[in-house]
Structure formats: structure tokens, C-alpha cells
Design a protein around this ligand. Structure first.
Ligand SMILES: *[C@@H]1O[C@H](CO)[C@@H](O)[C@H](O)[C@H]1NC(C)=O
Ligand SMILES: *[C@@H]1O[C@H](CO)[C@@H](O)[C@H](O)[C@H]1NC(C)=O
Ligand SMILES: *[C@@H]1O[C@H](CO)[C@@H](O)[C@H](O)[C@H]1NC(C)=O
Ligand SMILES: *[C@@H]1O[C@H](CO)[C@@H](O)[C@H](O)[C@H]1NC(C)=O
Ligand SMILES: *[C@@H]1O[C@H](CO)[C@@H](O)[C@H](O)[C@H]1NC(C)=O
Ligand SMILES: *[C@@H]1O[C@H](CO)[C@@H](O)[C@H](O)[C@H]1NC(C)=O
Ligand SMILES: *[C@@H]1O[C@H](CO)[C@@H](O)[C@H](O)[C@H]1NC(C)=O
Ligand SMILES: *[C@@H]1O[C@H](CO)[C@@H](O)[C@H](O)[C@H]1NC(C)=O
Ligand SMILES: *[C@@H]1O[C@H](CO)[C@@H](O)[C@H](O)[C@H]1NC(C)=O
Ligand SMILES: *[C@@H]1O[C@H](CO)[C@@H](O)[C@H](O)[C@H]1NC(C)=O
Ligand SMILES: *[C@@H]1O[C@H](CO)[C@@H](O)[C@H](O)[C@H]1NC(C)=O
Ligand SMILES: *[C@@H]1O[C@H](CO)[C@@H](O)[C@H](O)[C@H]1NC(C)=O
Length: 342
């Protein structure tokens, strides 16, 4: 199949990060969960070249990840490996910069994921099959209906070079940047009127996994660009450093109800009066205020610039083709067939 077909398949088969993981978490949409530990500081920094202490505020959720001169090394040595770490705290809206080198290798996925308890998700995924682009994606409340949410901006040899992958996340929009260049903006209202908009406290999760594992399922393998040949291992992703700005620092976050709406999130011992400007990096001059003593959260009616109000899909030409289809293997097939008839 010619390579230019791939984005169409990929948009359909885009899988949430959680598809790669086993989840046994308390889902606050269904039940009452304990508070999430929060990042009380406004900023957080990790330099993964500095040895074991670099992992002080990170939990390892799978395998082992070590500090090297190039940063944290996430290594797949054999089928089934998926070394993964996540912050030991949650943050609530914020800006994250990750300096990463994507692992090379067919079907190998290097991922930077924001993940919440009710399975809101914001992603960067480097697919090792394609050493010229990166994927952006998002999911709201575990809604994995695909609907062409992924985009594939070009990046210069992401498997050979470090780049800074950034996400700026507010209650109004999400922006993805590579080396400071804006690649995509998703406005709240453009995510099914907010229903699919990620808006609950997140951990930052960094990990590598094999989407090309034959056991991953046909659609996933297709999306990952083919079956992984584990005799090519090791496959290594590096993260040199991470910076996080937490727009609403707090000791803890609790879901006030089962809506999964940002306004329902209760912050404990919030120190956010120190900073009421959510959007430092987006040049929007909104004044978002936060009542730190209650659950109420009031985004004022900011006059966002035309550019930032508009959702722009950077490079994917797939959107119009796949609109309305779902990610079932049948749909993947249909899209391929559809493409052939165009
Ligand atoms: C909520 O619980 C029901 C029944 O236990 C289950 O079917 C559903 O998938 C759960 N939803 C979420 C979001 O966890
Ligand atoms: C928060 O800031 C304090 C004071 O600078 C520092 O000691 C602590 O390590 C920071 N916590 C995190 C999670 O970075
Ligand atoms: C990381 O270091 C630990 C302890 O030195 C070692 O047991 C483990 O194998 C290392 N992991 C990798 C992936 O190199
Ligand atoms: C990290 O691990 C510690 C110790 O197991 C746990 O208390 C904490 O809740 C974890 N943090 C997250 C965000 O899972
Ligand atoms: C994080 O901030 C530090 C200090 O300003 C800087 O040296 C580093 O390059 C930054 N890392 C990223 C990924 O932006
Ligand atoms: C899931 O998202 C799709 C659009 O991607 C939408 O059509 C559907 O109604 C959503 N489902 C729920 C339960 O919100
Ligand atoms: C991305 O790269 C492809 C192949 O090199 C090229 O055809 C396309 O125009 C590029 N897209 C953008 C937005 O630069
Ligand atoms: C909130 O801060 C107060 C005073 O610093 C402290 O006594 C209390 O334990 C904190 N509560 C939580 C939930 O962290
Ligand atoms: C508040 O945000 C501004 C803009 O990002 C930043 O320069 C400033 O240091 C922040 N203040 C605090 C107390 O963190
Ligand atoms: C942003 O708003 C503040 C307060 O309204 C104002 O002082 C400041 O000049 C504005 N900045 C820009 C760049 O418009
Ligand atoms: C917000 O601004 C828009 C456009 O200026 C306006 O139509 C809308 O009514 C405003 N909403 C509120 C709550 O003020
Ligand atoms: C995007 O912006 C253009 C020009 O400002 C406007 O015509 C268009 O309606 C906007 N699209 C959306 C989805 O807001």
C-alpha cells in the first residue's frame, strides 16, 4: 500500500493510550473516588540525565526506566515490554514541555500522554514506522469512537533527533506545539461541544509500547504501520527533560460529582491565587478567575483571538474522508476501499 494512504487508516484506527494498558482504576463518573494527589507548585521540572533522583516525583507503572546521558531510557527488549512512568501527582490545566527522541522501529509507539481518572486523554504519539511525523490525539471520558480526531504534523526525523513536544491545555482550548511551532488547536466547543473535551485533572504518563505486537489487534497493528519484528530489539525512546506548569496548583483534586466537567473539580489547599492567568503561552489575554474556597470555577468571557478560537487540523487530509466512520476493522477496510475508488 502506498504510504500516502496511511493517514486515512491511521485516523480510523487511532487508539487511546489506555488500549495498551490494563486499567483497574476508580472511575469518578461511576462512583466516589479518593482525592487525587495534586501538584501544589506552579511549576515542576525534571532533568532525566541526572540519575536516580530524577525519578523522585515519578511512579513507574510498568517495567523499569533508567537515567542515561541522553535522558530517561524507555527500552523494549522483547515482546510484552512497555516500560512506563507517570507523575506521582495530578495537575489541572497546564503547559507541558517534553524533550523526546522517538524510538525507531516498525509498530513501536513512543507516547506522551495526559490521562485522567475518568479517561480524558491528550496525546503525542511517535510511531517508529514513520520517521517524518508525529501524531496528536485526544479523547474525552473514554469515548473512543474515532471520528478522525488524530492529526499527523510533519516533524524532522523524530526518531533521530530530540524535539520539544508541548501541549498547552486550558478550559477553552488545547494547543500542540513542536519546538514552539503551533501544530494544532482544538477549541472546547469543537470537541462535541465540550463533551469530548479533556477537562479533568491529569497525570503525565511517558512510555513506549508495541502497537505492532501481533496480539494488539488488526486495527492497532495497521495504525502502528505494521507488525513489530522483535528480533530488531532493543527499541529505545529517550526523554531528556520535562517541564510542567500547573495552572491550578493544589494539594489535591476531588471530583465533586459524576459529570466529569471541569467546573465540578474541587481543589484542596489550592494556591492558585498566585496565578490566575491560565494561558501564559497562548498570548490570549483572558482573565480566568478561580474561587479557591469552593468548587466553583468561572472562566470569564475572554475575547480570544480569531486564530486561537479556531480548531485547525495541521496536516491530516483524512478528516473529510473518514467523517462519520468508526474504528471497527470493517470501517478500516471500508476506508481503504473508499480510498481506492477516489
Ligand atoms: C459504570 O458502571 C457500569 C455498570 O457497572 C459499567 O457498565 C460502565 O461501563 C461504567 N462506566 C464507566 C465510565 O466506568
Ligand atoms: C515544590 O517546591 C518546593 C520548594 O521549592 C520543592 O522543595 C519541592 O520539591 C517542589 N515539589 C515538586 C513536586 O517539585
Ligand atoms: C535499570 O537499572 C536497574 C538497576 O540498576 C536494572 O536492574 C534494570 O535492568 C535497568 N533497566 C533497564 C531497562 O536497563
Ligand atoms: C504514586 O505512588 C504512590 C505510592 O504508591 C501513591 O501513593 C501515589 O498515589 C501514586 N501517584 C499517582 C498519581 O498514581
Ligand atoms: C525545561 O526548563 C529548563 C530550565 O529552564 C530548560 O533547561 C529545559 O530545556 C526545559 N525543558 C523542556 C523540555 O522544555
Ligand atoms: C462519542 O463521540 C462521538 C464523536 O466522536 C459522538 O458522536 C458520540 O455521541 C460520543 N458518545 C458519547 C457517549 O458521548
Ligand atoms: C509533510 O511532508 C510531506 C512529505 O514530505 C509533504 O508532502 C507535505 O506537504 C508536508 N506537509 C506539510 C504541512 O508541510
Ligand atoms: C491545608 O493547609 C493547612 C495549613 O497549611 C494544613 O493544616 C492542612 O493539613 C492542609 N490540608 C490538606 C488537605 O492538605
Ligand atoms: C504567573 O504566571 C506568569 C506568566 O506565566 C509567570 O511569569 C509568573 O511567574 C507566575 N507567577 C507565579 C507565582 O508562579
Ligand atoms: C492584558 O490585560 C491586562 C489587564 O486587563 C492589561 O493590563 C494588559 O496590557 C493586557 N495585555 C495585552 C498584551 O493585551
Ligand atoms: C461571550 O461572548 C460572546 C461573543 O462575544 C457572546 O455571544 C456571549 O453571550 C458571551 N457570553 C457570556 C456568558 O457573556
Ligand atoms: C474559523 O475561522 C474562520 C475565519 O475566522 C471562520 O470563518 C470559521 O467559521 C472558523 N471556524 C470555526 C469552526 O470556528
Amino acid at each position: 500500500m502506498p504510504s500516502y494512504m496511511r493517514p486515512i487508516i491511521a485516523a480510523l484506527a487511532a487508539v487511546p493510550y489506555t488500549a495498551a494498558q490494563t486499567f483497574t482504576k476508580c472511575n469518578p463518573l461511576n462512583t466516589t473516588c479518593p482525592p487525587d494527589p495534586g501538584l501544589a507548585n506552579y511549576t515542576f521540572h525534571t532533568d532525566f540525565t541526572t540519575g536516580d533522583s530524577a525519578f523522585d516525583y515519578w511512579n513507574t507503572t510498568s517495567g523499569s526506566v533508567n537515567s542515561t546521558q541522553q535522558g530517561a531510557a524507555f527500552v523494549i527488549n522483547k515482546q510484552g515490554d512497555s516500560p512506563t512512568i507517570q507523575t506521582d501527582f495530578y495537575f489541572f490545566f497546564g503547559h507541558v514541555d517534553v524533550r523526546m527522541k522517538v524510538a525507531s522501529g516498525t509498530g513501536i509507539i513512543s507516547s506522551i500522554v495526559f490521562l485522567s481518572d475518568d479517561l480524558d486523554e491528550i496525546d503525542w504519539e511517535g510511531i517508529g514506522t514513520y520517521n517524518y511525523e508525529i501524531e496528536t490525539n485526544y479523547f474525552g471520558k473514554d469515548n473512543t469512537t474515532s471520528y478522525a480526531r488524530a492529526t499527523y504534523p510533519n516533524v524532522t526525523t523524530p526518531c533521530d533527533e530530540f524535539h520539544i513536544y508541548s501541549i498547552d491545555w486550558t478550559h477553552e482550548q488545547i494547543q500542540w506545539f513542536v519546538d514552539g511551532d503551533l501544530k494544532r488547536t482544538l477549541a472546547y466547543e469543537d470537541a462535541l461541544n465540550g463533551q469530548n473535551f479533556p477537562q479533568t485533572p491529569m497525570v503525565l504518563r511517558l512510555g513506549i509500547w508495541a502497537g505492532g505486537d501481533p496480539s494488539a489487534g488488526e486495527g492497532t497493528v495497521e495504525w502502528a504501520g505494521g507488525e513489530t519484528d522483535f528480533s530488531d530489539a532493543p527499541f529505545t525512546m529517550y526523554v531528556e527533560s520535562v517541564n510542567i506548569t500547573n495552572y491550578y496548583p493544589a494539594e489535591s483534586y476531588t471530583y465533586g460529582d459524576t459529570t466529569g466537567a471541569y467546573a465540578s473539580i474541587v481543589k484542596s489547599n489550592s494556591s492558585s491565587t498566585s496565578n490566575s492567568s491560565e494561558t501564559a503561552s497562548t498570548k490570549k489575554n483572558g482573565t480566568t478567575t478561580l474561587d479557591t474556597n469552593s468548587a466553583s470555577y468561572t472562566g470569564s468571557n475572554t475575547s480570544s483571538s480569531a486564530a486561537s478560537a479556531n480548531s485547525s487540523v495541521a496536516t491530516s487530509t483524512a478528516g473529510s474522508v473518514v467523517a462519520g466512520l468508526t474504528m471497527s476493522p470493517v470501517a478500516v477496510m471500508s476506508a481503504a476501499v473508499l480510498y481506492l475508488f477516489m
